[in-house]
Write a protein that binds this ligand. Structure first.
Ligand SMILES: C[S@@+](CC[C@H](N)C(=O)[O-])C[C@H]1O[C@@H](n2cnc3c(N)ncnc32)[C@H](O)[C@@H]1O
Length: 222
C-alpha cells in the first residue's frame, strides 16, 4: 500500500492522439524529466519558477507564460495527450519560458523539489473527487499542502481554483489551518495569481455550463 501522503490523485485515462500531440511528444523541445528537477531555477536561467500542477490541455499555461515572460513555468501532468499538445503548442508559438514534465506532481512535491525553490504554485480545476470516500484523493489535502509550503519560498503564492463548492470550502479551511499560509482577499491578490487574469480553461467552461460557480483561493507563504 502507498503511504497516505502518496495516495493517487488521478484516474489513469485513455486518450486519443492527434497528429499534433504525437509530434509534440516526439519532438517537443520543452520536455524535461523528473531527474532534471533538483534545481528548477537552472532550467530558466535563474528566473522565478511557478509550478502548474495538472495543466490539462495547457490553455492557462500558454496564456500565463506569455503574460509573464519574466517567470518560468514548470508544468506537470500525467495525461500524455495533453503533454503532447502543450509541447507542440510551445514550439509552434515560440514560447521559451515553460518546461513540461510528464508524471505525478506528488513525486515532485514530496521527493524532488528542493526547499524554497518555487515562487508560486498553480492548481486549476483539479480532479474534484466528489464522493466522500474519494476525498482523500484530492490534491489539496493537508499532507500535500505541507509539501507546497516546503517548496515555496517566503512570499511565494499558491493559487487554487475549483468549480466544486464543497472542495473550495474544504480547501479554504485546510489552507486557513496551516500557519505557513495567509489567504488573500480577492482585492489583494497580485495580478500573477488572480482570478481576473486567469484564462478560462475547458474544465472551467464545463463547470460554468453545468451551473457551478467558480472559487479562486490565493494564499501567500508566510
Ligand atoms: C480536471 S483536469 C484540469 C486541467 C486544467 N488545469 C484545466 O483547468 O483545464 C485535472 C488535471 O490534473 C491532472 N492530474 C491529476 N492529478 C495529478 C498529479 N498527481 N500529477 C499530475 N497531474 C495530475 C489530470 O491528469 C488532469 O489533466
Amino acid at each position: 500500500m502507498q503511504p497516505a501522503a502518496r495516495i493517487q490523485t488521478f484516474k489513469p485515462r485513455r486518450g486519443r492522439y492527434s497528429t499534433q500531440m504525437l509530434q509534440g511528444l516526439r519532438e517537443g523541445s520543452a520536455r524535461v524529466t523528473m531527474d532534471a528537477l533538483t534545481a528548477p531555477a537552472v532550467l530558466f536561467d535563474g528566473a522565478p519558477v511557478i509550478l502548474e500542477i495538472g495543466f490539462g490541455l495547457g490553455e492557462a499555461t500558454l496564456a500565463q507564460a506569455q503574460a509573464h515572460p519574466d517567470h518560468g513555468i514548470l508544468a506537470i501532468d500525467v495525461h500524455t495527450p495533453g503533454v503532447g499538445r502543450l509541447l507542440a503548442e510551445l514550439d509552434a508559438q515560440g514560447i521559451a519560458n515553460v518546461r513540461v514534465v510528464e508524471g505525478d506532481a506528488l513525486e515532485l512535491l514530496h521527493e524532488r523539489l528542493p526547499d524554497t525553490s518555487l515562487a508560486g504554485i498553480r492548481v486549476f480545476f483539479p480532479d474534484p473527487w466528489p464522493k466522500t470516500r474519494h476525498h482523500k484523493r484530492r490534491i489539496l489535502v493537508p499532507s500535500n499542502l505541507a509539501m507546497m509550503a516546503r517548496v515555496l519560498r517566503p512570499g511565494g503564492f499558491l493559487h487554487f481554483a475549483t468549480d466544486w463548492q464543497q472542495y473550495a470550502d474544504e480547501a479554504r479551511a485546510t489552507i486557513a489551518a496551516d500557519a505557513r499560509f495567509r489567504l488573500l482577499a480577492p482585492a489583494a491578490q497580485p495580478a500573477i495569481a488572480s482570478a481576473a487574469t486567469r484564462p478560462r480553461t475547458k474544465f472551467e467552461a464545463r463547470g460554468i455550463a453545468a451551473g457551478r460557480s467558480i472559487t479562486d483561493l490565493v494564499a501567500l507563504r508566510t
